[in-house]
Design a binder for this molecule. Structure first.
Ligand SMILES: [Zn+2]
Length: 302
């Protein structure tokens, strides 16, 4: 785990004092960061070999990829040098850079990196996306200044702190009475792609309500036994995915035909066969969707 150094973030002199000995992670406008040991042509489909047992999950094997961090150079600039935290002996800042000729996003490389480096990448991606588009106060329009080592912006006119927003989305693995898993296809996805259902939480809505509503809207199913599974930052640009499992009360799938174009119940044998012949392509290992699907495939008891 990265130590986010919350106790010194508000002390700009203390943050500045960390800079000369720090290492820096560059991130470009496309959210790409320099890394070595990454071999991922397409994040979708990278999980196929894991599902079919041809290689271990990145989570179960020694990470192959590493961030390429460079020594801090020049004077500390709080507007551009965002303190991510301490990872072991090293203090890491992120900074925006011009387009990288080679680099990878969190989505592509997250699961291939050591856990702490994956965490640094998620923080850098979220901060870069936020600072790029939210430089002005939403209340009065004044240009705001970076504060707290990069995790906050300050409006000098309103005298208010502004924090990055995070949009919650639910994602849910639904099984039926025979322990089959529902996978669905969005109309905008390339052929073969399937995943579990997901959707944004609406204003004033509890997470459990969002699960029931989204599932009903997208599949026509009613569910029970909604249980929390885990969460994952998904800064594309500013979501957090909140994972659930649920049991369907009925099996008659009625997709909305717009966002979701088809849905189907899979047995474990069905899924392995369809992934094997390429007719089903599952989400990449970086996603909580993959973890939910794998958890069901592994038959992990509730
Ligand atoms: Zn303001």
């Amino acid at each position: 785990m990265v130590d986010r150094l919350g106790e010194i973030r508000r002390d700009s002199a203390a943050v500045a004092a960390l800079w000369p000995e720090a290492v820096v992670l560059g991130i470009d406008d496309k959210g790409r960061m320099p890394m070595t040991g990454v071999d991922v042509p397409d994040p979708w489909g990278m999980s196929t070999d894991v599902i079919l047992g041809r290689r271990p999950s990145a989570a179960d094997s020694t990470p192959a990829a590493r961030l390429t961090l460079v020594a801090a150079q020049g004077p500390y600039d709080p507007e551009r040098h965002w303190l991510l935290g301490r990872d072991g002996e090293r203090v890491v800042f992120a900074t925006p850079v011009s387009e990288l000729s080679s680099g990878y996003t969190l989505r592509e490389a997250g699961p291939l990196l050591p856990v702490a480096e994956s965490e640094l990448v998620a923080m850098a991606a979220a901060l870069a996306a936020w600072h790029r588009v939210e430089a002005h106060c939403p209340t009065c329009g004044t240009r705001t200044a970076v504060a707290a080592g990069g995790t906050c912006r300050w409006c000098p006119s309103c005298e208010k702190d502004l924090f990055p927003r995070t949009d919650p989305a639910i994602i849910v693995a639904i099984t039926d009475a025979d322990d089959r898993l529902l996978l669905a296809r969005q109309g905008v996805w390339a052929t073969g792609r399937h995943s579990v259902l997901a959707g944004f939480v609406e204003a004033g809505e509890a997470l459990e309500q969002a699960v029931h509503r989204e599932v009903l809207e997208e599949s026509g199913l009613q569910v029970e036994d909604v249980t929390y599974f885990g969460s994952q930052p998904w800064p594309f640009p500013r979501s957090i995915m909140l994972g659930f499992r649920a049991r369907a009360l009925t099996t008659d799938i009625r997709v909305d035909g717009e966002e979701i174009v088809s849905g189907r119940w899979f047995t474990r044998d069905d899924l392995l066969a369809d992934v094997g012949d390429g007719s089903v392509v599952l989400p990449g290992e970086a996603s909580i969707a993959f973890r939910l699907i794998r958890n069901w495939l592994d038959g992990t008891p509730d």
